[in-house]
Design a protein around this ligand. Structure first.
Ligand SMILES: C[S@@+](CC[C@H](N)C(=O)[O-])C[C@H]1O[C@@H](n2cnc3c(N)ncnc32)[C@H](O)[C@@H]1O
Length: 192
């Protein structure tokens, strides 16, 4: 079957960036940037799973040694690839398939609001030579607001059980706490 996963929630690259550009998102991004500066080892490459429109790249570009952005949505990956961004490469692929098919060592691996789609099984393929940072939702989405793309909605809903995600992450050695001191999000980290 042809891969028709072009857009996340039907949003074009520009629409996606527009949707997440409010003052609340700007404040959120400032906090995220600080967390990433605190946790990541900038001598190592960054693998951003579910990179979307490259939020982490643009946030950290002055510090990046090498960046790989992976996303299942082909429009975002082709737009990012066409920008010829310094020290960056992009792969259109399912995040779980990516970690299964690439030996990931001595890297920083990010899941920014993407673990609920990719699934916690991905952590099993990221050994302890890597630093992991995950940010995700603490609470289930309201019905209807969590659809990602036609045909995959059911699968997505099955995956989106934040309590199970959190239990899995703890059992895989990650440390969890609130993100931005709010109940709505959590951040999970595992250092080398
Ligand atoms: C909420 S967005 C977050 C994007 C970006 N990390 C950010 O913080 O702006 C979730 C992203 O995960 C991607 N995604 C969903 N399922 C995926 C999968 N199985 N493998 C890789 N990426 C996936 C979507 O296409 C979307 O870009």
């Amino acid at each position: 079957m042809e891969n028709d996963l072009k857009l996340y929630k039907g949003l074009s690259f520009e629409e996606y960036n527009q949707r997440y550009s409010s003052d609340v998102h700007k404040r959120q991004n400032e906090c995220l940037k600080q967390e990433l500066l605190d946790h990541l080892d900038f001598d190592k490459k960054i693998i951003d799973l579910g990179c979307g429109t490259g939020l982490a790249y643009f946030m950290l570009k002055d510090r990046i040694k090498e960046y790989i952005g992976v996303d299942i949505c082909s429009d975002y990956i082709s737009t990012l690839s066409s920008m010829n961004l310094e020290k960056a490469s992009f792969v259109c692929m399912d995040g779980l398939e990516y970690v299964k098919n690439n030996e990931i060592k001595h890297s920083n691996v990010l899941f920014l609001w993407s673990i609920e789609y990719i699934g916690t099984e991905a952590i099993d393929y990221i050994d302890d030579t890597n630093t992991i940072v995950i940010v995700s939702y603490n609470k289930p989405y309201l019905p209807g607001s969590g659809s990602i793309y036609e045909g995959k909605e059911k699968e997505f809903k099955k995956l989106h059980n934040p309590k199970k995600v959190q239990r899995d992450l703890k059992s895989k050695g990650l440390t969890l706490r609130k993100f931005m001191n709010e109940d709505y999000y959590f951040i999970a980290t595992r250092k080398t």
